[in-house]
Design a protein around this ligand. Structure first.
Ligand SMILES: Cc1ncc(COP(=O)(O)O)c(C=O)c1O
Length: 356
């Protein structure tokens, strides 16, 4: 947090307009402009954005939503909130995003939406999914700053796209989220449902539908607005750090690095996740790195193999081999905009020593 954010928060506190004030539409407009979306609705988290998006495109009980098992658990949980079923398909080994051919094969007459996740900020092949003519909800929680091959920023294709502003994200308001979209009707529904189902042009206490409290405060909107002003610099700092890592880790045999931008796709850098060489004990490596003062963590576990999903849907090892292989070997290395080149070199050195 910098001075800009501090100043912005103080102004809100002094204005005494702490929620549903002027910073809300201002943040929404600035964010929509940033990703080239027609509309945006600020909400209390990325998960809330996903939930309202699924409701807005009509996902309901018994429906199927095709999605990736290699994601943060919230993208699948949001489907369950509406008593619909996440239908997982395997991932592309290069991008780690939903395999679009597997997604096509998983579509049935009960499929009401597709939910691609732009994992680790790399654009999912949403244009390929658009051919099916089904509603698409994008999980862009890790992907602010990413751009699709055709030059459209992630979040700007018109489908509802959910962004998250948790403390570690490219844009961080502590907690928070944003849904971008191209449809005025979706915007109207989402704005009402985030605010207890209040009818937009009626009095406070008239609620014409079921709603939630998914509001984002004006304090958080003010922080978001301030961060948007610095966003180019913050994204560039992350991209620079990723470049240092790429160079420093290039010679470690068998270590797989995040895929390079290809075909015009641009990653919005969020984390730096590597896959350890096959046969290396990951837990032991993480412990050894910690002993050298380097914090790392297994990231991400496969959703279908989490105990809740196993029990609920009977998932087992072997269903999605690419995802399971990647999930078993991945570790996230220290990565934040302020990281220095020498810190990156120290991490690389520690990893190299351990993997020798
Ligand atoms: C891929 C993905 N989806 C969904 C979420 C949920 O966002 P939030 O924590 O803001 O609810 C996150 C963030 O943690 C995420 O990384």
């Amino acid at each position: 947090m910098g001075e800009l954010e501090e100043q912005a928060v103080l102004e809100v506190l002094r204005s005494r307009h702490l929620s549903l004030g002027p910073r809300l539409p201002a943040f929404e407009a600035a964010f929509a402009e940033r990703v080239g979306a027609r509309y945006a609705s600020a909400v209390s988290s990325g998960t809330a954005a996903l939930h309202l998006a699924l409701r807005a495109v009509g996902v309901s009980e018994g429906d199927e939503v095709v999605t990736s098992p290699f994601s943060f658990v919230a993208s699948a949980n949001a489907i369950l909130y509406e008593r619909a079923k996440p239908v997982f398909v395997d991932i592309d080994p290069r991008t780690l995003n939903l395999d679009v051919d597997a997604a096509a094969a998983a579509i049935t007459e009960r499929t009401t939406a597709l939910l691609p996740v732009h994992i680790f900020g790399y654009p999912a092949d949403t244009p390929a999914l658009e051919r099916h003519g089904l509603p698409i909800v994008e999980d862009a929680c890790e992907a602010l700053g990413a751009v699709h091959a055709d030059g459209v920023p992630v979040g700007g294709r018109g489908h509802p796209a959910a962004f998250g502003f948790y403390a570690n994200k490219q844009l961080a308001t502590g907690e928070g989220g944003m849904l971008t979209m191209g449809s005025a009707q979706v915007k109207e529904t989402v704005d009402s449902e985030r605010n207890q189902g209040r009818a937009p042009d009626m009095g406070w206490l008239d609620h014409d539908r079921l709603g939630f409290n998914y509001r984002l405060t004006d304090i958080q909107c003010a922080i978001g607005l301030a961060q948007l002003q610095r966003m180019d610099d913050m994204l560039a700092a992350r991209a620079r750090a990723a470049g240092w890592y790429r160079e420093a880790l290039a010679d470690i045999e068998g270590l797989e690095l995040p895929c390079e931008d290809a075909d015009g796709n641009v990653r919005g850098w969020f984390v730096f996740v590597v896959q350890l060489p096959r046969g290396v004990d990951r837990d032991e490596t993480i412990r050894a790195l910690a002993a050298d003062g380097v914090q790392s963590k297994p990231y991400l576990p496969a959703i279908h193999l989490m105990s809740f999903y196993r029990e609920r849907f009977g998932h087992r090892e072997g269903e999605f081999p690419v995802c399971e292989d990647v999930a078993a070997r991945s570790i996230a290395l220290p990565f934040f905009p302020e990281i220095t080149e020498s810190q990156v070199a120290e991490v690389a050195e520690a990893l190299q020593t351990r993997l020798r």
